[in-house]
Design a protein. Structure first.
Length: 88
């Protein structure tokens, strides 16, 4: 079973993407947590240096945090709960 994504890691990611107010959407694909953002200038690209993060892809309106197979869905579900949204 894949190792769980810690709430500490998700809180750090949330801070580094500009906080809850900068999140427009939260979802995932097979390997990535996908966060839509309102202002990409608030995003710290050093998210990729966090332990457990395999990479980060930044676009003008989205941050994709690469966790690997089997982890992204759990990360998106937990992030949605942090944001007070319905789980994905």
């Amino acid at each position: 079973m894949a190792k769980e994504i810690s709430s500490e890691l998700l809180n750090t990611i949330l801070t580094r993407v500009g906080g809850p107010g900068n999140i427009a959407s939260c979802g995932n694909c097979m390997t990535r947590l996908r966060l839509g953002v309102h202002d990409s200038s608030l995003v710290d690209p050093n998210i990729k240096t966090l332990e457990g993060v395999k990479g980060v892809i930044l676009t003008s309106d989205q941050v994709q945090v690469v966790f690997g197979p089997g982890k992204a869905h759990r990360a998106a579900k937990a992030m949605s709960e942090l944001l007070g949204e319905a789980p994905v």
